[in-house]
Design a protein around this ligand. Structure first.
Ligand code: RIB
Ligand code: CA
Length: 307
């Protein structure tokens, strides 16, 4: 039986590859795609999600959600994703979104599902937090929440914090405190599987489908980060989805994860208690290592299942 999931995203170059992976994988049943502002504003992440979904031929419903965090102002990351969110790679437009707000759709779908639903958050988790805050009872039908979020150490958006976490720290605190199992793919797991020019060339040569080519074109637009040694680009969001499909590619560590919600330079930091120094009970399973070759084999194989 495929695993029922809702994918919450902010496409976003790495979101694009994660969305393709999810829609190409028979292990998953994507019940809905919900969209938040993040890498770029919702006015771009929404059409990007619609276009990416349409490119795969999928009829999965897409819902617009939050265009800002629970508290504070919206900030984007156009330096990595370009002003349009997909590195300037133009796709044929998708269809219209469903009229329901993403948070309402998450509540309705989880409430009605005969099987517990896995929530996959690869954006600022405002939509997921809104759903859980306005109808806490749905948590009983949430299998687990799998996130690309946070960092064991240095951040990428600030010295202290990862982008999704610092974009809406209060929302992440709500999710971490909701009582359901949380799995976190942090910055560090993606840093172990950088997409190098050689990886991209091999992936591009592996097939000729429009989705494979779009994935390669989008990934090729991503600048290499100095923080990662300029050797390649990190596939943050695909790591979170890949864990659902091939958990054996990863090792994990149960840990207590708390949020710095202060106004200072550490705001949005995920404080991951790897050695149990605080005595606080573990509230998350944090990915520690990845079989990088296995990830690229999975991505290449699945992208070639798409049109
Ligand atoms: O820090 C990386 C995360 O922030 C990824 O989800 C990327 O798409 C951005 O949303
Ligand atoms: Ca994302």
């Amino acid at each position: 039986m495929p695993l029922p999931i809702i994918l919450d995203c902010d496409p976003g170059t790495d979101d694009a590859l994660a969305l393709f992976l999810a829609l190409a994988s028979p292990e998953l049943e994507v019940l809905a795609i919900t969209v938040a502002g993040g890498n770029v504003g919702l006015e771009m992440t929404l059409p990007n999600a619609l276009a990416l979904t349409a490119l795969t031929g999928s009829k999965v419903p897409v819902y617009a959600g939050a265009d800002r965090p629970l508290l504070g102002a919206f900030t984007s990351e156009t330096r990595v994703h370009g002003n349009d969110g997909l590195g300037g790679i133009a796709l044929p437009p998708g269809g219209p979104p469903c009229p329901e707000h993403a948070a309402d759709a998450i509540r309705r779908i989880v409430r009605a599902s005969e099987r517990p639903v896995t929530l996959v958050g690869i954006a600022p988790v405002t939509n997921i937090a809104l759903a859980l805050m306005t109808e806490p009872a749905i948590a009983a039908n949430v299998e687990r929440i799998v996130l690309m979020s946070g960092a064991w150490g240095e951040g990428n958006a600030t010295p202290a914090a990862e982008f999704n976490a610092v974009s809406d720290p209060e929302a992440l605190a709500v999710v971490l405190g909701c009582g359901r199992p949380v799995v976190m793919a942090t910055l560090e797991i993606a840093a172990q599987a950088l997409c190098t020019p050689a990886h991209l060339a091999a992936m591009r040569a592996s097939g000729s489908g429009r989705c494979l080519q779009a994935a390669c074109d989008i990934q090729n637009s991503v600048p290499f980060s100095r923080r990662l040694g300029g050797m390649g680009a990190a596939l943050y969001d695909p790591c979170a989805v890949a864990w659902l499909i091939r958990p054996e590619l990863f090792t994990t560590q149960a840990a207590s994860v708390t949020m710095d919600l202060g106004p200072g330079p550490c705001r949005g930091r995920t404080v991951i208690d790897r050695w149990g120094r605080t005595g606080a009970p573990a509230n998350a399973m944090v990915l520690e290592t990845i079989d990088a070759g296995g990830l690229f084999t999975l991505l290449t194989g699945r992208f070639n299942r798409l049109p």
